[in-house]
Ligand binder design. Structure first.
Ligand code: PBG
Length: 330
């Protein structure tokens, strides 16, 4: 009797065995928690489409970071919402701009225990909501790079460990690397939003950051969701320009892109589990339609299995607190 020679079920028969052969694990330290800080508010403002997330005051930001650090999340990416927006987005590089103040405050509070990543873009700071300098209806690439350089220096001076340009301008990584090195910040890393798609999954974020474009859309600079090979090219360009980490965003509809970058590059790959992905889980869970804990574990495992070493996710604090119990779930 030769049938069946192989019985994969043998390795699934007991919890200890399943744990032993488990290929993918997630640690709290793999997660990066995105946080919003808003200028000119006295109380944190809950974000309707992102239950559990708020636009923070400087104080509530520090408290939220502390709570996340307690459960093992070490890394944060900061988004600022200024009180005043203008055509150029000048609060993005103001020394007392809200993100610069937040960086200093978190560094004062936590020292080197917190890894501080600054998202670098103009859409939250410009009155038109585009990610760069608007000329007519197009975003002027090279003029935008000059402003990105100012922002990078301001963020580095305020203590950012990592600069994360998200505007999808050509040459943005090289421009930022050059200016950081010139200004004495050669130790600061660049996490490049290398393959950032023009995605409807950013909807809740744009509500949270007040950053929806007034006219037009971002398809002139963000990638076409139909393209995968182009992501490999974008990542290669960013690495050649000095990116230390490359990111794919969003995550779930782009797991193949994460895998392609993991296979084709030598630098670590990050994935951004974006606001719309978070909102869908929260909405379904609130209706009792899915088991939130198990779905969340599965989502994060899937992103890791696809090849992302680190995950930016609004679930970070919640997931980190639950991770010690995950082996019992499966
Ligand atoms: C742009 C930026 C966006 C996100 C992060 N950085 C939005 C956009 O391109 O409109 C989206 C993040 C999310 O949806 O969670 N600075």
């Amino acid at each position: 009797m030769t049938f069946p020679l192989e019985r994969p079920r043998r390795l699934r028969s007991r919890p200890a065995l399943r744990r032993l052969v488990r290929e993918t694990r997630i640690a709290a330290a793999d997660l990066i928690y995105p946080l919003f800080v808003r200028e000119g508010i006295d109380e944190p403002q809950p974000i309707e489409a992102m239950p559990g997330q708020s636009q923070h005051t400087l104080d509530s930001l520090t408290r939220e970071a502390e709570a996340a650090l307690k459960v093992g999340v070490q890394s944060f990416v900061l988004f600022g919402i200024p009180a005043q927006k203008d055509a150029r987005g000048s609060q993005a590089w103001a020394d007392d701009g809200i993100v610069q103040r937040a960086l200093r405050q978190l560094r004062d509070a936590f020292g080197p225990d917190a890894l501080l990543i600054a998202d670098l873009c103009l859409c939250e700071y410009s009155d038109h909501g585009h990610c760069g300098v608007l000329e007519g209806e197009t975003v002027a690439n090279d003029k935008t790079l000059e402003l990105y350089q100012r922002i990078a220096v301001a963020q580095a001076a305020a203590g950012a460990d990592v600069i994360a340009p998200s505007g999808m301008m050509d040459g943005q990584v090289g421009a930022i690397r050059t200016v950081l090195d010139r200004e004495g910040f050669s130790d600061r890393a660049i996490l490049a939003y290398a393959a950032k798609y023009a995605s409807a999954f950013y909807g809740p974020f744009r509500e949270a950051a007040g950053s929806a474009p007034r006219v037009g859309d971002r398809r002139g600079y963000q990638m076409d969701p139909a393209n995968g090979q182009e992501a490999v090219r974008e990542a290669r360009l960013d690495i050649d320009e000095g990116a230390d980490i490359v990111m794919v965003k969003p995550a779930l509809a782009y797991l193949d892109v994460i895998r392609a970058l993991a296979d084709s590059t030598e630098v670590p790959v990050a994935a951004y589990n974006v606001s719309g992905e978070y909102a869908m889980v929260k909405a379904a869970a609130a209706n009792g339609w899915i088991d939130e804990r198990r779905v969340l574990r599965e989502i994060l495992l899937g992103i890791r299995r696809a090849g992302a070493q680190m995950i930016l996710t609004y679930h970070a604090k919640q997931a980190a607190a639950d991770i010690p119990c995950w082996d019992e779930l499966g």
